[in-house]
Write a protein that binds this ligand. Structure first.
Ligand code: ATP
Ligand code: MN
Length: 254
């Protein structure tokens, strides 16, 4: 079938025949028909020339390294269309005033979730927060700038053993300024800001904007508290002279 061959070509399998590669196994396991069609569409549009490696496999999405038609490196986040996270996704979307109609069908709900992450990335950039530049989304596939050199940039969690107190202090200031800028200027909250969602490249980059939302969301204050608590606790454990949670919270809310 045409689409099958197109996907094989994108994965470099036509030439290599490496059908036992990790990439092939994961693609085979998680690319359902919709995903294959979506990838084939993006391929025809030159948005994804090839996928050549798996960066991360998660409960709700897999992230791949690839290149676009112009040879630029990209990261491709592909949400699973069948996820055990359906309930959580539904609840988060239902609370977001930007989201209108909520599809009953899981697959379509995941499309809404993907689009929202894309919009969140655009919005964060507008408020000068460093994130992977969003390039295009379609259905459950989000194409963005690849953060890294040869290899994807490490997460803060991956390199914390190599960092000094001064590094943590700088990173704390960076992270706190992201929280403040998002909330005060962008009317926005990330909602899952932690050492797992900060990549260290030339400068720190904040990723994973799927649960981010706007201040008007009735859950936003809870999410803000969660981010503040996680960040203050983490950097406090690393020896940084962190802010008092209540003071910071009141300063932001008041
Ligand atoms: P998890 O559940 O593991 O947190 P997730 O579904 O929340 O995964 P992300 O956090 O967005 O998805 O991405 C998973 C991992 O993929 C990240 O921890 C990071 O290592 C890598 N990654 C994501 N986006 C990029 C990017 N643009 N460039 C390089 N690596 C990336
Ligand atoms: Mn993540």
């Amino acid at each position: 079938e045409v689409i099958e061959r197109e996907i094989e070509a994108m994965l470099g399998l036509r030439d290599r025949r490496e059908k036992d590669s990790e990439l092939y196994k994961i693609a085979n396991e998680v690319f359902d028909r919709t995903t294959r069609e979506t990838l084939a569409y993006l391929h025809r549009r030159g948005k994804i020339e090839a996928l050549y490696g798996v960066i991360s496999t998660g409960k709700e999405a897999n992230v791949f390294a690839g290149v676009d038609g112009d040879g630029n490196r990209i990261a491709v986040k592909i949400y699973r269309t069948y996820t055990t996270e359906f309930r959580r996704i539904w609840e988060y979307l239902a609370a977001d005033p930007r989201v209108g109609y909520l599809p009953k069908d899981m697959r379509k709900l995941v499309f809404v979730w993907t689009r929202r992450e894309f919009k969140n990335l655009q919005r964060a950039i507008k408020y000068a927060v460093r994130v992977p530049e969003p390039i295009i989304f379609r259905n459950n596939v989000l194409v963005m700038e690849f953060v890294g050199d040869e290899l994807p940039a490490p997460r803060l969690k991956d390199v914390e053993r190599e960092l000094t107190r001064e590094d943590f202090e700088e990173l704390y200031d960076f992270t706190m300024s992201v929280i403040e800028r998002l909330w005060k200027r962008g009317d926005m909250v990330h909602g899952d800001l932690s050492e797992y969602n900060i990549l260290l490249h030339d400068a720190p980059v904040v990723i994973d904007w799927s649960q981010a939302t706007v201040k008007r969301n009735r859950m936003s204050v809870e999410l803000l508290k969660r981010d503040l608590r996680n960040v203050i606790n983490y950097f406090g454990r690393k020896g940084v002279d962190v802010d008092d949670f209540d003071d910071k919270f009141r300063e932001l809310i008041g």
